[in-house]
Design a protein around this ligand. Structure first.
Ligand code: SF4
Ligand code: SF4
Length: 289
């Protein structure tokens, strides 16, 4: 089962929720894997503290032109959707590796077999076992690298069978989010009850709806109900999976790298409700025992 934890914007408490849910499920008898797809800034491991057992470099395949074979026909550059190849008169196409998505199309369509693939390093992937036996995997994108999607795909390829997957999605609503949640069974959207939170939530919800993925909502840091958000939820017939109250102690424990329901056991029932509500939305319990 793939449970993606997402948010339209950063700073909503997405990782706090994701880590606590993983911890709750693991301490309830479930086998859990934490898949951190927030490859620009993964931080689930700061809380789950995995002992890293493997580390591998991640690559994307980019085209390399064999100049002697190229007839400058321009076929490859005209077909590349990402403008990673640019044709100029009487010279082989220029390659812009930073724009290449590694789709391999140009290699296949070159009539002269003048394109081969070469590896380009984009980051690395680490795996290990964290507290309560939670299997952890995360990717770390190289500084200045823009190609998050290929790395996210490779991180997801490390998912283990027979485990509940808690997938920490990158913030925002662009391609990295789509790549992360595209095969999720349910998306848990974490939002905060503010105008900014509602604005970004509405965009993220539109993405999930377009992908036809079931979704539920966690309202985090709630002091009192924010009526525009409540109206939005009503209008969209959305399910509220949990409401987490504003509590300064949560921020304090977070800043120390502590899992909030371990540090504040009185919050455990909130995550029990969250797990039960996810199970109801999915039609199958996610709690092991
Ligand atoms: S398709 Fe092949 S032959 Fe044509 S410009 Fe590209 S690399 Fe050269
Ligand atoms: S591999 Fe795909 S994205 Fe990269 S240059 Fe070729 S056609 Fe463009």
């Amino acid at each position: 089962m793939n449970i993606a934890i997402a948010s339209g914007k950063g700073g909503t408490g997405k990782t706090t929720i994701a880590v606590s849910l993983a911890y709750f499920l693991a301490t309830s008898g479930q086998s859990v894997q934490y898949i951190d797809c927030d490859v620009e800034e993964p931080n689930g491991h700061l809380f789950l503290k995995p002992k890293i057992e493997s580390r591998k470099t991640a690559y994307v395949m980019v085209p390399k032109i064999i100049e002697e074979k190229c007839t400058f026909c321009g076929e490859c550059s005209s077909k590349c959707q990402y403008n990673a190849l640019v044709s100029l008169p009487d010279i082989p196409p220029l390659v812009f590796p930073g724009l290449c998505h590694g789709c391999g199309l140009c290699v296949h369509i070159c009539p002269e077999n003048a394109i081969i693939e070469a590896k380009r390093e984009v980051g690395f992937i680490e795996e290990g076992t964290g507290i309560e036996g939670i299997a952890c995997i995360h990717g770390i994108l190289n500084v200045g690298e823009v190609m998050a999607v290929p790395l996210i795909r490779q991180v997801k390829e490390g998912s283990l069978e027979s485990r509940v997957h808690i997938i920490d999605a990158p913030p925002g609503t662009a391609c990295p989010l789509v790549a992360t949640i595209s095969d999720a069974d349910i998306v848990v959207m974490v939002t905060e009850p503010t105008p900014f939170g509602l604005h970004d939530l509405s965009i993220a919800v539109a993405v999930a709806e377009k992908l036809e993925i079931p979704l539920g909502l966690v309202i985090n840091r709630e002091r009192e109900q924010f009526q525009p958000l409540e109206k939005y939820i009503d209008d969209h017939g959305m399910e509220i999976l949990a409401r987490i109250p504003e509590d300064r102690r949560i921020a304090e424990h977070y800043s120390r790298g502590e899992i909030i329901i371990e540090a504040l056991p009185e919050l455990r029932p909130l995550f029990s409700d969250l797990a039960i509500n996810i199970g109801k939305a999915f039609g199958k319990s996610v709690i092991g025992v």
